[in-house]
Ligand binder design. Sequence first.
Ligand code: SF4
Length: 201
Amino acid sequence: MITIEEIQKYRAYLKYLDKKLGEIFKEQAPYIFCKEGCSSCCEKGEYPFSEIEFAYLMIGVQTLDRDTMKKIENNMENIRVAKEKCKDKKFLYACPFLINKRCSLYQYRGIICRSHGVAFFTKGKKLMVPACVDEGLNYSNVYDFEHQTISDEKYYKSGIKQEPLAHNVGVDYLTHNEMTKAIGLDFGEIKPMCEWFLRKE
Ligand code: SF4
């Protein structure tokens, strides 16, 4: 059970996170082609959410109107049915909070949502670029599709000054950094978002 004190800590952390991500997005701007109305990141994914992130998202749900809530409930039911039928190891789905290509809970969205769009390394040092690289979007100007890495050749040819991977902004870092240590923030269990909203109480 998440307490009010923990939510307050999480709010303080989000302020720090948004500032940090703002700097990173600015730094990575030559490689990022996110634009208003594009919801590619929210249309197919697992969306790992920690307990506190999901609790905060649910605070946001209380601010929604009935019509939007109905659409979300309908989306969740479709996800439940699709999940039951899914035979794949990974179950990918469109986020139920995406309504008319917009996040209905933008202020309350999770860490993965806030960092959608930038490249990072996983704990195992694997480079992850946003899936929209395949659509000619983020990092496609410097990505080596064959070797699944950043191409030095493309980077030097591009004439861009900023390095494409100057900072690693993986979720591991975003959830274990100087701020989370300073305020003692505990995120709780992390699992795909659908497992939170489909769980049986
Ligand atoms: S909560 Fe919002 S930003 Fe996050 S995946 Fe869903 S629609 Fe996208």
